[in-house]
Design a binder for this molecule. Structure first.
Ligand SMILES: [Zn+2]
Length: 69
């Protein structure tokens, strides 16, 4: 049984200093990550972060256009 990988520890990803905070999910962004730049804000390059950042309202088209459904 080989326990070497435990003594070596994990890759030092946790030790990396975050360089920014995602404006979508409000968690840290680390060096080497891909990001979106939207209106000067930095987001993870992830649809969920983009969606949370934009926070669109879900409406019917009739509500938006002000016409009776
Ligand atoms: Zn994010």
């Amino acid at each position: 049984m080989n326990l070497d990988r435990f003594s070596q520890g994990l890759p030092d990803q946790q030790e990396a200093e975050p360089v920014a905070e995602c404006a979508g999910c409000c968690t840290e962004i680390y060096p080497g990550e891909d990001v979106y730049l939207v209106n000067g804000d930095i987001l993870h390059a992830d649809w969920e972060c983009l969606y949370r950042y934009i926070d669109p309202e879900l409406k019917t088209v009739e509500e938006v256009l002000g016409v009776e459904a």
